[in-house]
Every structure is written in structure tokens, then in C-alpha cells.
Design a protein around this ligand. Structure first.
Ligand code: FAD
Length: 326
């Protein structure tokens, strides 16, 4: 669920390119006092996309420093433009941000932990690694990247963790074998995961196959990356003579709301399920991009989260919209 959001103005103090597609931003909010925040915290940043105000979330890198908040933004090419907007900013820019809040809940009483990051998913994991290292906890961080050149913060992490850091770089032939990793963890291990949707699906399969309780696999999603390419598709409304086109650069939720068919929503990143609507028929494929429904529910295909999920072809939904009921 959403947090109460407190917005404040911040100044972009400095930027630093960590890899060809990941840039770090140091943001200093007004009245910054360097107060500690929870592990896994993120802030929201007000961005402008095609002249429209939107927000994007970014995890805070590591524990709080004295000079401001650090975030790292991967430039997403196939996207609506939030990350491109961030990359267009130069030091001195002013922008609105929220105070930090965390979606990752960590049980600090465990004896063993496993951290797994895929690509830009390393950002919330860094603070967890620092906190666990300080507590002298038993853990390993598995960091999967397509190529070594894509791996941000490797030097920082190697210095902090030594051989507790395992980098799995595809271009070096070291692919992360989640079945092997999860199969060999001590009992009662808690795993913190952050990575793309396909990798999260693989992690959930491997975790279940290793007979571990799903509640011990804690994850953060960056939302909206799916299994099918992002393309336009059509939505028909049951019992209404209406067909709406969802453009490539809009969500189904936005398209329905724009057309006057209001859908309640909250988190808008496929986590809370508030916007879920009934799926009645589909002549193509559904790309469930939420983490709210279980695998089983997604296979059944009776509901869809229009804030992030998409489709190929035409789908029919029932929003229980009754024009005669006020
Ligand atoms: C809690 C949290 C923490 C995050 N932390 C980070 C972080 O540390 N670093 C970071 O780089 N990002 C982070 N993100 C992701 C970030 O908020 C943005 O989503 C990201 O920058 C991409 O924004 P965008 O507008 O460029 O791309 P988007 O348009 O949001 O596209 C992202 C991906 O979604 C797909 N997509 C494209 N169009 C659509 C559409 N119309 N509907 C649905 N999907 C579409 C594409 O596959 C694309 O690659 C975080 C997200 C959350 C929720």
C-alpha cells in the first residue's frame, strides 16, 4: 500500500556515470539533516514526460551519507521516458522528491541471509549488504549481470564483502544457477531479491523447488517489465459497445481512466491489487506484470492488474461498470 508522501525540493549536486547505462545522482534535499532511513528505502522523484508530470521511484544507494541521497538510474531505452528525463538533468537542477520509505521488510533475527541482485536491482541490495556486514551476519551476495561492464558498484561491494560477493557475469560464462544457490542454503535462511520480472519468476520457482517457505523470499520489484514486448493492444468492455486502444506508452489503467471508465488504484506498480479487474476473454496473450497474483491465478487468467499488465491482441474485461447505477 502507499505511504503518506511528503514532498520536498532537492538540488542535484553531482552526477557520476557508473556504467555506460547507469548514472548515479547525488540529491540534497532542503533542510537535509542526514537522518538514517530503513534498509531498502526508495524515494519518488517528480519527472516530466512529454510535458506531463509523472513520478518515478528510485532506491537509495547504501546507508545515509552526510552529503545527501544517492540514487542510480538505468537509462531504459524502451520506455515512456522517466529515466531519460533523469539523464537529461545537470548538476544544479532543482527537483521535487519524497522522503524515503521502504517496501522491503527484513527479519534481522535470522542467522543466515542470501542477497540476490539482477542488473540495476543491485541498488536496494547495497544498503542490506552494508547492514548485514556491520552485524557480522552470515550471507552471500549473488550479483547477476549481462556483462562485467554492466555491473555498477562492484568495487565498492568487493571492498566491503570480499569473497562474500559472487558476480555472475554472462559474458564471462558465469550464469547464476538459482536452483544450485537456493538448494545449498542453510535452513531458515532469508533471501532478499531484486531483479527483473523474468528473474523473479525463476527465483520463485527455484525457491519453491528447494522446499523453502515463500515468506522467506523477500523481494522488491521495479515494476512494469514483462515477458512480452511492450506494444499497443485493445480492450473491450463487457456489455458495452466500447473498444479502447492502449497505446505503447500508456498503461491500461491510464487508457481506461482517460476514456472515462474509472478504475480505482493505489500503488500503480502491480503490488497492491487494488486496480484488479475481471478478465473475460482474450484473443491473444496476457502479459501479467504484477507481483500481486500467484502463478496459479495468472495461469487461470480471471483477473488482471491494469496498472502494469498488458496483452497482445484484444482482451475483454468486466469492470462491473453499471451506467444505470449512480
Ligand atoms: C521501489 C522502486 C525502486 C526503484 N529503484 C530503481 C533504481 O534504483 N534504479 C532504476 O534505474 N530504476 C528504479 N526503479 C524503476 C524506476 O522507477 C523507473 O521505472 C525506471 O527508471 C524506468 O522508467 P521509464 O519511465 O524510463 O520507463 P518505463 O516507461 O516505466 O518503462 C520501464 C519498462 O517497462 C516497459 N514499458 C514501457 N512502456 C510501458 C507501458 N506503457 N506500460 C508498462 N510497461 C511499459 C518497458 O519494458 C520498459 O523497459 C524503481 C522502481 C520502484 C517501484
Amino acid at each position: 500500500m502507499r505511504f503518506i508522501e511528503t514532498w520536498t525540493q532537492a538540488t542535484l549536486v553531482a552526477t557520476r556515470d557508473l556504467t555506460p547505462s547507469i548514472r548515479e545522482f547525488l540529491l540534497r534535499p532542503e533542510h537535509f539533516a542526514g537522518a538514517a532511513y530503513l534498509v531498502g528505502s526508495h524515494i519518488q522523484v517528480a519527472v516530466t514526460i512529454d510535458g506531463r508530470p509523472e513520478t518515478r521511484s528510485y532506491s537509495l544507494i547504501g546507508e545515509c551519507g552526510a552529503d545527501g541521497y544517492r540514487i542510480a538510474v538505468r537509462r531504459a531505452e524502451d520506455s515512456r521516458g522517466g529515466s531519460r528525463y533523469m539523464w537529461s538533468l545537470a548538476p544544479g537542477a532543482r527537483l521535487a522528491i519524497t522522503l524515503p520509505s521502504s517496501l522491503l521488510s527484513i527479519d534481522w533475527t535470522r542467522r543466515h541471509y542470501c542477497l540476490v541482485a539482477g542488473g540495476i536491482g543491485i541498488t536496494p541490495i547495497i544498503g542490506a549488504a552494508q547492514a548485514l556486514a556491520r552485524r557480522d551476519a552470515a550471507f552471500t551476495l549473488h550479483y547477476a549481470v549481462r556483462s562485467r561492464a554492466d555491473a555498477a558498484y562492484v568495487d565498492l561491494l568487493a571492498g566491503l564483502l570480499g569473497d562474500r560477493l559472487k558476480v555472475h557475469a554472462g559474458d564471462e560464462g558465469h550464469r547464476l544457477d538459482l536452483d544450485a544457490v537456493f538448494g545449498s542454503l542453510p535452513e531458515n535462511t532469508m533471501t532478499l531479491f531484486c531483479g527483473p520480472m523474468r528473474m523473479l519468476d525463476a527465483a520463485r520457482h527455484a525457491w519453491t523447488a528447494a522446499s523453502r517457505p515463500l515468506a522467506d523470499l523477500r523481494y522488491e520489484t521495479f515494476g512494469s517489465s514483462g515477458l512480452l514486448p511492450t506494444d499497443s493492444f485493445r480492450v473491450r468492455l463487457k456489455d458495452e459497445n466500447v473498444e479502447i486502444v492502449v497505446p505503447r506508452d500508456r498503461s491500461m489503467l491510464d487508457a481506461l481512466n482517460d476514456a472515462g471508465f474509472e478504475v480505482m488504484s493505489d500503488c500503480r506498480r502491480g503490488e497492491c491489487g487494488v486496480c484488479a479487474i475481471d478478465l473475460v476473454a482474450s484473443d491473444g496473450e496476457i502479459d501479467h506484470r504484477d507481483v500481486f497474483f500467484s502463478e496459479h491465478q495468472k495461469r487461470e487468467g480471471r483477473k488482471i492488474c491494469p496498472c502494469v499488465s498488458r496483452a497482445r491482441g484484444t482482451i475483454t474485461v468486466d469492470m462491473l461498470h453499471r451506467p444505470d447505477v449512480i
